[in-house]
Ligand binder design. Structure first.
Ligand SMILES: Nc1ncnc2c1ncn2[C@@H]1O[C@H](COP(=O)(O)OP(=O)(O)OP(=O)(O)O)[C@@H](O)[C@H]1O
Ligand SMILES: [Mg+2]
Length: 213
């Protein structure tokens, strides 16, 4: 039997990476083989693309279309080299960001035509759509506050997206909620404002209801 494909989405600092790890542990306890991966990245080529996307190079700003296509390139590589082979073996895949991030950030955030992004996503994933997407919703200031706290703790510099204006992040949050209204069967909203354990329990309930793990 093929595995199930679950994605985490949400604004900066909403808890995606934290909850992806927690869900993977729960799925493993339920007896599944689980692969956790992330976007952009997850393959050697994708991690190189991630590096390109996070910071400007030699002072050259990345053009918006270049940015969009780099995300799709990283995704295409991840799907064909990692996600599809894992699912085919029966492994459950948990991916930290996927197609909805491009719709939210490049569509609602940067103003690209949403229909074109959905089409590019379709080309990149070649039919490999998530079975379930958990959208962690947090108030913008809470997410940004958590992120800057984490960056200070880990001594990591903020990236190009994290440095965007608050209004950009507000558009991302609103955009994600629109996407959840567009695909209510696949995208489930989870309140990310609660403590980590409570969010984990809410995530598990949604996964249990949707996929009977
Ligand atoms: N429910 C929570 N309550 C309080 N703090 C949290 C919660 N979940 C995660 N955090 C903390 O907030 C910070 C951001 O969490 P995390 O890195 O999981 O978010 P993210 O959505 O993956 O962020 P990014 O978009 O930057 O990748 C981390 O320091 C994490 O420990
Ligand atoms: Mg993260």
């Amino acid at each position: 039997m093929t595995g199930r494909f679950i994605t985490f989405e949400g604004p900066e600092g909403s808890g995606k990476s934290t909850q992806a790890k927690r869900l993977a542990q729960r799925l493993e306890q339920a007896g599944h083989t689980v692969l956790v991966t992330r976007e952009p990245g997850g393959t050697p080529t994708g991690e190189a693309i991630r590096g390109l996307l996070q910071h400007d190079h030699a002072g050259e700003a990345i053009c918006p279309v270049t940015e969009l296509l780099l995300f799709e390139a990283s995704r295409a590589q991840l799907v064909s080299r990692v996600i599809q082979p894992a699912l085919a073996k029966g492994t459950w895949v948990v991916c930290d960001r996927f197609t909805d991030s491009t719709a939210a950030y490049q569509g609602y955030g940067r103003g690209f035509d949403l229909a074109s992004i959905i089409e590019l996503n379709r080309v990149a994933v070649q039919g490999c759509e998530p079975d379930l997407t958990l959208l962690l919703d947090v108030e913008t200031q809470t997410g940004l506050g958590r992120m800057s706290h984490r960056n200070r703790q880990t001594n990591v510099a903020s990236d190009r997206f994290e440095r965007e204006a608050v209004e950009f992040h507000e558009r991302i949050r609103a955009g994600y909620l629109q996407l959840a209204r567009r695909w209510p069967g696949r995208i489930k909203i989870v309140n990310g404002m609660r403590d980590e354990q409570s969010v984990e329990a809410d995530v598990w309930k949604v996964v249990s209801d949707a996929l009977t793990p």
